[in-house]
Design a protein around this ligand. Sequence first.
Ligand code: AMP
Ligand code: MG
Length: 349
Amino acid sequence: MKCFRKNAFKRKIEYILYIFGGITACLFSGCGQKEILTLESVDTAMGTIIQQRIYVSEGQDTQLADKVIEQINRLEAEELSWRIETSELAGVNAGQGKVKLSEEMTDILQTCFQVAEASKGAFDPTIGAVVRLWDIDSWAQMEDTQYYHLPQAALLENELEAAGYEKLSLDGVKEELYLPEGMYLDLGAVGKGIALDRTRELLEEQASGAVISAGGSILTFGEKPDQTPWRVGITDPENPSGSIGYLELQGQWCISTSGDYERYVEVDGVRYHHIIDPDTGYPADSGVRSVTILTKDGLLSDALSTACFVLGVEEGMELAEQFDGEALFVTVDGELKMTTGMETCFHTR
Ligand code: AMP
Ligand code: MG
């Protein structure tokens, strides 16, 4: 079997780190009478690139960019990683049966299950074992994929049988979860969104404006020194180093994109991407190449982008609107479909 993987992710990290040289600079910009400091950095955390531009006024925290990265690393190590044994999620997966959760994890899972239910399982954080069979996390690290093997259909079927959000019971008041035998949780679809929610909390009081991107998720916060709107580019799935247009936004927003170009392997000329349809165990094939969701909340936008990718345009639009989110779909035919709210802020170049 001939396998070929485009290691675009790794090349992109190397390129950006080369250009920016890690944490770059603190630049001054004038803004009326106020002096605003611009903090800029590019790092890797959570297995992705974190790019930050933060504006701080006098008296605010000039070490904020470092603190954001420290917090994201802690979030992964202590809460969300299924690999790092000491994380809460790894403990939940290892425990199986009845597990006590932290308040934070309870909140995260409650929102996840709301989206799982509303999407009828298109987004389903209980498919951890299926994700592991695909070994998605290793795709970005592999130099050579000739030894990569697609998961066996029978194994996928077995793991799918053990999965299913509706089999879980979560008592949000007692912060208890009952995880049936053989089920593993995976929060890979929402990790970056959660990271941006936590980042926003850190920015409040300490920054006047910021735009921070974590992989496919972006946070805008506050305002720029010149008060012009934030511009957030939307990646062109056909040519991921370019964009199909941009969103113009004022104030605080979270924008999450799920796309088939983000992580994938090619085996015998067929592309297998990282967004799995929980009905089949295989990469979703719903006629879309990417979905961008705009909401106020990072966890929600990240969960919805994954769900809408699996659902496709029609059902995806309905789901996004149900959560007061705006959606933009790029279809496999290169068409753009969007909610009316999205039309007001999307511009082509
Ligand atoms: P995203 O790029 O935000 O759409 O998230 C994709 C990641 O979420 C994958 O790498 C998996 O870890 C996980 N995942 C894939 N498909 C699903 C799904 N249908 N529901 C929940 N998580 C998923
Ligand atoms: Mg997502």
